[in-house]
Every structure is written in structure tokens, then in C-alpha cells.
Design a protein around this ligand. Structure first.
Ligand code: 4YB
Length: 471
């Protein structure tokens, strides 16, 4: 097993495991299309030649605005191969937001297959199939420290930040996680999260690190594909949907890495009963995905710190550092350190609140989600965790609404196993009155609109806008 590569990882695997299947695309039962490591290496060269023919140069920024597909994977790898930098953007972004984000990034090139008006987006539009008149040698070497990816991550306000990673941080993330979770070269990991999010990129780097197999399917087959693979990364709602589906009765899924949001114990318990080993993780973009993890059990914690990461609590807030930490944030064609002004302090403040109990980390929410109700501090995630323990509640976001007397009061926006009728609302009201102090009891229960559950995670600021339009 290789911890450091002296050459492109695919080239290394083309020598070590030349004819093993590296990529499988499509329905395993209906004959998936596959590429072995030699073919993968050749294909990356072809795509790299196409990029060079269209003027893509080292250190340039290439924006890819598309849902996951084999083309996005080839592009990502070819962009890295030519020494350029990949930035993925959510294709569902409204075009105004998309243009705003691209303008802030200053991307040189763009690939945006789903938008007719791609010509009007910033950057030179790339084609996947240009005429390549002369092949050239691309004199870019594998370098662990070359910036390769920018990943957008939204804070609570303003434009998203563009987090810059190099292969070293991505690979350190993969190697540390895989010291805990088993993922052998014969295993297959479904590309189950978008390549414009760190959770999707992390799947690619674990695959490259291990020389294993990555599986891609069209969006309509995502649920079913969980039957055919050994590994997947899922946000809790994806796992819930799989367990509720017909496919959960018969599957080969061995291990699932969960993260991105509070992971209900009831969910991992149900999955374990269905024969799926669950790993509960806590991660973030700046740390190249997972920071702490454990095999799921009866406690709601997120386990211990993985190798290549360090974590401390300062006044209840989580601070992190380590080999997995990104190079910085990208603004005005410059990479800015994300650390403070104190040279001696190389810890990064996550703004997440945490506690240690029995050598295990528990996430208590984000410092900037806190609000005040009638003079009392209310941490919305505290309320969410209690509601999640109710059998009917699958997912919940608590937000404040303005209140004449209290300043603000909590509202719960939920997805539920049964319809959210007055009967269920009464049940929830009773349940909360028995379990939390009055200022933590939601004054309203609303159903989470479907459009919010399409993304990797529910955006609290978008949901707050929606809530404002409801009341
Ligand atoms: C949490 C949380 C938790 C994050 N409880 N709040 O490869 C993986 O690690 C993975 C696998 C499956 C699903 C997701 C992942 C991720 O990468 C998640 C990483 C992520 O969400 N990054 S983020 O930058 O978009 O958001 C980070 C924030 O998300 C954190 O700062 C927390 O506030 C929150 N979060 N895991 C509660 N287990």
C-alpha cells in the first residue's frame, strides 16, 4: 500500500494493477462499461491532450458546472494532469448566483453542458471533443504540493469560500480514514455525492489512494446502485431513503461513511440491522472531508480524531489542524491563509461547538446558529437532537422566527415518516413539552419542502428565506 506517490497515482496503478477494473459505469446487472488502470491512464492522457489543444495551461482555473458523470471524472483527472486547477460548481445554482461566483473566482475556462447560454458565462467554453491536430508532450510532473482543487463552501453570509487543496491534503485525508475503515483494492466505492462537494472529491482520492474501483451511475440509478457496491458515502437522508426502498432487502453494501449533518442513532441502528456497517463521521471542506469518525454504535457522538488530523476544544469551540488542512482560500487569483494573524497559532477555528464525553467527540452545533429567545440562549441543534429521537422524525432543521415578546422563538421544519397532520403535530408538541424547557419548544412545525432535500445539505440561510415567506 502506497502512502506517497512518486508519479501520477493512475500511472502507478497502471504498473501495479494494470488489468484490474478501476472504473465501472452504469448498471452492474445490464453490463457496466469498465476501464482498467491502463485504459484509465490512456484516457486521462487523451482528455489532457484535448484540454491542451483548447489552451488550458498549468495553474489556470477550470470551472466544471455539471452533475456527476464520467465526463466530469475524466475532466477532473485531466485538469490535474495538465497542472491546472479544478473547481466544481453546483449546476442547480440560479444563473445569477453562478455568474456571481464565477466572476469572483476568475476562472479561465468553463465546462457547463446543461446550460444553453454557456457562451455568456465567464471563462472560455471548453468542448469535450475538439479536434486535436497534434499531440504534444505535457511536461507536468506529479507534485504533491501543487494546488489541484477548489471547493466552494458556504458560510452563513456572503459568497461561498473557495477552499484550495493539494494532493497531499486529499491523500492524507484518504490514508487516515482508511486506517480505520477497511477499503481494499478489490472493493468498489460508489460516487454517491457530487464532485462539487468535498465529500464527492474525497471518494475519488480514496479510490486513487487505494487503487480500488470507483462506480458511477446515472442519477436515476443512484438508489439501486447501492446494492452493487461495497462502499458508499452518504448524508443521513440518502441512507434513510435507501433503507426505505425495495433495494435494501438484498444488497452487497458493506460499509457506509456518513457525515455532513447530525447522524441519528436510530438510522445507523436500522442500517446495521440491514447488514450495513455504518461509520459516523464529522468533517468539513477545509479539512478535506472527514476529521473524526467511529463505527456507529448506540451513542450519538462522532468518535475520535483520525490520523493526520488534530483537534482541540477552546471555550467549547472546535479548532483543527494537520496534514489534511487546505492551503487556504482563493480570492483575486491569490491563495490566502485561513489562519489568524498570530504566527504561533496554526489552529483553524471551525465555528462548530463540541464536547468530549468518554473520549468521544459530540457536535453541539454551530456557534453562529445560536439565537436568543426571551433572554435565553437557544442552540437550534440542541432542539433538533431531541426531535430526531422521536420515532416519526427523519430530519429536522430548527430556525428562529421573530417574536414580539421573546425577540425570537424556535420553529421546527421537519421531514416525517408519516404525514405531518394535526395529530402528529400534537404528538410532537406533547413530546417536546415532556423533554425540553419551555424556551426550547418549537412554536410551529412545518414540512420541509422537497427542493431543500435535493442538495448535499439543507442550506439554513435559504431555508430561513423560505420561512420568512411562510409567516
Ligand atoms: C456536522 C457533521 C456531523 C459535518 N454532525 N454536523 O467523506 C466524508 O467525510 C463524508 C461522507 C458522507 C457524507 C459527507 C461527508 C463529508 O465530507 C462532509 C463534510 C462537510 O459537510 N463539509 S462542509 O464544509 O460542507 O460542512 C461542514 C460542516 O458540516 C461542519 O462544520 C459541521 O457544521 C457540519 N457537520 N459533519 C453535525 N456529523
Amino acid at each position: 500500500i502506497k502512502a506517497e506517490f512518486q508519479k501520477w497515482p493512475w500511472q502507478y496503478w497502471a504498473e501495479q494493477r494494470p488489468t484490474e477494473i478501476a472504473i465501472a459505469l452504469g448498471d452492474a446487472n445490464a453490463g457496466a462499461v469498465t476501464w482498467n488502470w491502463i485504459e484509465v491512464t490512456a484516457n486521462i492522457e487523451t482528455y489532457a491532450q484535448r484540454l491542451v489543444a483548447q489552451g488550458v495551461k498549468r495553474d489556470q482555473l477550470v470551472a466544471v458546472v455539471a452533475p456527476n458523470s464520467i465526463d466530469v471524472l475524466w475532466l477532473l483527472l485531466a485538469i490535474i494532469r495538465v497542472g491546472a486547477r479544478y473547481v466544481g460548481l453546483n449546476p442547480k445554482l440560479p444563473s445569477k448566483a453562478l455568474i456571481e461566483q464565477l466572476t469572483a473566482l476568475g476562472n479561465n475556462h468553463i465546462w457547463c453542458p446543461e446550460l444553453d447560454s454557456a457562451e455568456q458565462l465567464p471563462g472560455h467554453t471548453l468542448s469535450l471533443n475538439p479536434a486535436v491536430t497534434s499531440e504534444r508532450i505535457i511536461p507536468v510532473m506529479w507534485q504533491e504540493h501543487r494546488p489541484v482543487s477548489l471547493t466552494l463552501t458556504s458560510g452563513s453570509t456572503g459568497l461561498p469560500k473557495a477552499v484550495v487543496h493539494h494532493p497531499q491534503s486529499h491523500l492524507a485525508s484518504a490514508s487516515g480514514l482508511l486506517k480505520q475503515m477497511t477499503f481494499t483494492a478489490d472493493d468498489s466505492w460508489l460516487l454517491s455525492l457530487p464532485l462539487f462537494h468535498i465529500s464527492g472529491l474525497a471518494i475519488v482520492w480514496r479510490w486513487l489512494y487505494r487503487g480500488a474501483r470507483i462506480v458511477l451511475v446515472e442519477p436515476a440509478l443512484q438508489q439501486q446502485a447501492l446494492q452493487w457496491v461495497s462502499h458508499a458515502s452518504l448524508v443521513p437522508t440518502q441512507l434513510q431513503r435507501f433503507l426505505d426502498s425495495e433495494y435494501a432487502h438484498q444488497h452487497q453494501l458493506q460499509q457506509v461513511l456518513l457525515g455532513g449533518a447530525t447522524i441519528p442513532v436510530s438510522l445507523t441502528t436500522a442500517a446495521e440491522q440491514a447488514g450495513i456497517e455504518c461509520w459516523s463521521g464529522y468533517g468539513m471542506t477545509e479539512m478535506a472531508s472527514t476529521i473524526t469518525a467511529k463505527r456507529a454504535n448506540s451513542s450519538a457522538g462522532v468518535g475520535t480524531v483520525l490520523p493526520n488530523r488534530e483537534l482541540i476544544l477552546r471555550d467549547g469551540e472546535i479548532w483543527v489542524r494537520g496534514k489534511v488542512l487546505c492551503l487556504g482560500y482563493y480570492r483575486n487569483n491569490t491563495i490566502f491563509s485561513l489562519l489568524g494573524y498570530d504566527d504561533d497559532d496554526d489552529w483553524f477555528a471551525t465555528k462548530d461547538l463540541g464536547e468530549w464525553h468518554d473520549d468521544e467527540l459530540f457536535i453541539r452545533g454551530r456557534a453562529d446558529n445560536m439565537f436568543i429567545s426571551g433572554g435565553e440562549n437557544v442552540q437550534p441543534e440542541d432542539i433538533e437532537q431531541v426531535l430526531l429521537q422521536h420515532a416519526a422524525v427523519n430530519q429536522v432543521i430548527v430556525l428562529p422566527i421573530d417574536d414580539h415578546d421573546f425577540g425570537a422563538r424556535p420553529v421546527a421544519i421537519v421531514t416525517t415518516a408519516q404525514p405531518l397532520d394535526s395529530y402528529l403535530v400534537d404528538q410532537l408538541v406533547t413530546y417536546m413539552s415532556q423533554n425540553v424547557v419551555p424556551h426550547k419548544r418549537p412554536v410551529r412545525y412545518l414540512s420541509l419542502p422537497d427542493c431543500f432535500t435535493q442538495n448535499v445539505k439543507v442550506s439554513r440561510s435559504d431555508l430561513a428565506q423560505w420561512l420568512a415567506s411562510q409567516v
